[in-house]
Ligand binder design. Sequence first.
Ligand code: SR1
Ligand code: MG
Length: 403
Amino acid sequence: MSTPAANTYEALNEQTAIQLAVQLNLFPADAQLSCREIGDGNLNLVFHITEPSTGRGSIIKQALPYVRVIGEGWPLTLDRARMESEALKIFARYAPDYVPEVYYTDEQYAITVMEDLSHLTIVRTGFAEGAVYPLLSQHIGEYLAQTLYGTSDFALGADARRELALQFHNPELCKITENFVFTYPLIDDESNDVEPGLQQVAQQLWQDQTLLLEGAKLKRHFMTSAEALLHGDLHTGSIFASDEETKVIDPEFAFYGPIGYDIGLFISNTLLSALARQDNSRELLLHHVLTVWDVFSTRYRELWQANNQEHFADVPGLVDDQLQHILEDTVGFAGSEMMRRVIGLAHAKDIEAITDDAKRVHIKSSAALLARDFIVNRGQYRSAQQIVYALQQADQGVDITHG
Ligand code: SR1
Ligand code: MG
């Protein structure tokens, strides 16, 4: 490849990724390096470069000018790489333990070079293989509170918050979410992927005017509320972890949005993995849902009291009202995400891996009805225990379609 300073875009390959790593002095000039393209997401290239003799490594991530899984027929802004790098740097100010270090960025090439995380595994994959990650929800709860409170009006003041929000105008990526999470799964859209055994449930949901109304309200809220700098796509495929460590990656969907969206995505994808589990370890995943909310809300209150720019911050009841509002949003957005993982285009890996057709369809039906309950009845939720209880009811076939 030409030098990173050259003014044209070129997609990397395994050889040019090595050349770039050497040019950037990530390794000694005479190092014997190997490289593998390891991207398994929908959008980007990810190169893992290693020096086998020392075990040292680095990650080079590059955005393609189109959606990787579709091809050149679906162009997508390269600016998402800038969003990702800038968001990683900002999140690292608030939650340094839970974000990879960025070594280098190049806007022309849409490249982000970052810390090697290959000693960790992607949580979505690990969950599908039976892993539990005992500290995951403690870490994610802390990450969520620090980044979401830290970038809100309350911590920054409205002027600084508005200034920061200008950097994260991310219309193309937001549009993907507006379509694939909030719109298509609620209508009979050609992009949906509904397996035959789930058709009847899907048809029933597409006729459901209450669901459409509440789903549409959630979409409006996602599009118009600018509470904090969100990760914007915090499913379990955006988290690397081990038993001791957790790192949140891939914030290319970052934008100023409603706080409950990030929390809802983590909870929803964890619940889907729990539904896919047939053994006692399901309880451990459900425990993550309780812990993430507990840690988030406790830390949020502490941060609120320690640093708050809002004149009315000490008015009794305001922080409680704020947390109740975030919980309702969390439940509603968890519902939108869950619906798209069983009816929309991008499905949950661990549920799809179940080979027993009847079992898989039962789980998807339970998830679809649970998602409906979360969307329609989000205002009735007062605790994370209710979320877990609703999942247990749905899994036992209890009718939760009322309301
Ligand atoms: C067509 S892109 C579908 C999904 O991939 C990304 O990871 C986001 O979750 C997006 O919604
Ligand atoms: Mg991603």
